[in-house]
Design a binder for this molecule. Sequence first.
Ligand code: SF4
Ligand SMILES: [Zn+2]
Ligand SMILES: [Zn+2]
Length: 295
Amino acid sequence: MRCRMCGQRAVLRLKAYNINLCQECLKKFVRRRVQKAIRDYRLLKRDDRVLVAVSGGKDSLSLWDLLQGLGYRTKGLYIHLGIGEYSDRSERAVLEFARQRNLEVHIERVRDHFDGLGIPELSRLDHRPPCSLCGMIKRYLMNKVAYEGGWTLATGHNLDDEAAALLGNVLDWKEGYLARQSPRLEPREGFAARVKPLVLCSEREMAAYAISSGIQYILEECPFSHGATSLLYKDLLNQLEEHSPGSKLRFYQNFLKIAHLFRTEQVQLTPCQNCGYPTTGDLCNFCRLKERLSR
Ligand code: SF4
Ligand SMILES: [Zn+2]
Ligand SMILES: [Zn+2]
């Protein structure tokens, strides 16, 4: 198996594109896919300051590496969720990545906001599944740090993540979610701009990129991720991809061509009475959780 670009020994076959690539050309390939996403979906301008949300996993650390390599001004944002050893190990991976490259990282700790409680304790006390609480808290903190610092927030969602989310949204015809499922969300009052530069890169391509680039990411998954519906959707899409290479990319890219059809009027938001961030009620979900816990 020879690399299509340089003729060296290939390490990866990408059926969706019908090409074989060696390690070096794979890195160039992924870089070009990221540049294409940035260009096609107008994700970033040259002088944007980019806050990269990093979890310690392959996608987010590779995204940071790629944006830095493409010359953007970046800073990392790590949110320590208080999920036992998993959170401590992922924090170490992020700090080590930043140290090796001399990059700056901002750390937020869920425990600092909730009287020493992490996601597992909050989930027990509030009788809510850990992932629904965790998702809400992460979204709130990421937006707050990005908004207050004037950053554009970049997350490491890859093609598999986005195609699985799209499948879930389509199965239930969640129009509101479909309207917001975009590689770029524009900034507005109380909201930082949000971008997903890896949407044209598959999970497999990103794993190969991280390994080829010597990125030391954590392989361990969050202990709460097992059995998530998104994993079932990813599995189904992989079966489809096996049968018909390129279908994941077609599914997602063709959706983006008609996504505007779902964008109707925006829901009216008002400032949260406690923190001032936009919400639909009197208090935002983050402050409401704080209030419930204080009772
Ligand atoms: S899997 Fe873990 S990190 Fe992901 S949302 Fe659930 S609790 Fe949070
Ligand atoms: Zn090559
Ligand atoms: Zn609030």
